[in-house]
Ligand binder design. Structure first.
Ligand code: SF4
Length: 300
């Protein structure tokens, strides 16, 4: 065990803090977390937490969401420079411009967006619930931001809606190609291919199962299969190995998100010691961005 672990656990208790870590965090960070999950799971946990302090191990949009759902609590971000490149592909101003072009449309926005972008949305979604959220909207026209791959997947599942796509993407999932999958398939012909819906359409088309990281876990747990090619960020390997022993997983080596790896045990300890960096959002943004997130959780 890392020598920092005991200190973090003791300090966490003393501060009545809860540590939340995304499935893509470093293994040692996942191991000291109270809760590990995908964006949806962690948002729900954040909304119900009775801890005084939430330490969010992940990227800034996740910590902002935790703050929006826990306005009175202190939310700490051990690595405040860890910003998701996809979230930077969609600003509040751009959404506002799109709304003025498509006046009858509503905006469904992936949680991988900044709080100010959320303030312009009608409702948020995650990769777990995007299809059901889009289906539930009364509007026929949906501006779906920012992930073009998730948006394309949703549009194929909900043909009754006219989904207006955005040009954002996750560079990590976008980098996974059909060739990467077919090479792994040649080496492991019996493996089932499971892919995250942030992957390109052509990768999804050759996958056996498509789902969020939590859905992947559920699928592997209940599957009789022993080998899986997993098209998502490599951090997921730790949880899959831990929770599904006796099964083999093959990842695409380059599918690594550097910003998700910024949070280390040292930075978690520093956050608990210094009580920084606190997530601070202005009241106006919080007022407008909380609603779309809460609506999503209510519809879950
Ligand atoms: S894996 Fe992709 S979507 Fe997730 S934080 Fe990294 S860049 Fe953003």
């Amino acid at each position: 065990m890392d020598p920092l672990t005991d200190t973090i656990i003791a300090l966490k208790k003393q501060r009545n803090a809860a540590i939340l870590a995304h499935n893509y965090c470093l293994p040692e960070v996942q191991d000291i977390a109270d809760h590990i999950g995908d964006s949806l799971g962690l948002s729900v946990i954040a909304s119900r937490s009775d801890a005084d302090i939430i330490v969010f191990c992940g990227v800034t949009f996740m910590a902002e969401s935790a703050k929006l759902l826990n306005r009175k609590k202190k939310v700490l971000m051990p690595e405040p420079a860890a910003t998701c490149p996809m979230a930077s592909m969609c600003s509040a101003e751009q959404i506002s411009d799109a709304k003025s072009c498509y006046r009858d449309a509503c905006v469904v926005g992936y949680v991988n967006t900044t709080a100010s972008a959320k303030a312009e949305m009608d409702i948020c979604c995650t990769s777990s619930n995007a299809v059901s959220i889009v289906s539930s909207m009364k509007e026929k026209e949906i501006i779906f931001v920012p992930d073009i791959n998730l948006g394309t997947y949703v549009a194929s599942k909900v043909p009754s809606k006219n989904v207006i796509l955005w040009n954002g993407y996750c560079p990590v999932h976008q980098s996974i190609t059909v060739q990467n999958i077919t090479e792994l398939k040649k080496k492991h012909p019996k493996a089932t291919v499971i892919a995250h819906p942030e992957c390109r359409k052509e990768v999804l088309d050759i996958s056996d199962e498509i789902g969020s990281t939590e859905k992947m876990l559920e699928y592997v747990r209940s599957s009789g299969g022993k080998e899986f090619i997993v098209a998502t960020e490599i951090g997921m390997l730790h949880r899959l190995r831990k929770e599904c022993p006796g099964k083999e997983f093959y990842f695409i080596d380059h599918a690594l998100c550097s910003v998700m790896k910024m949070t280390t045990l040292s930075s978690v300890l520093r956050a608990l010691e210094t009580m920084g960096t606190e997530v601070v959002l202005d009241d106006g943004t919080m007022e407008r961005a909380e609603g779309p997130l809460r609506k999503m959780i209510e519809l879950k």
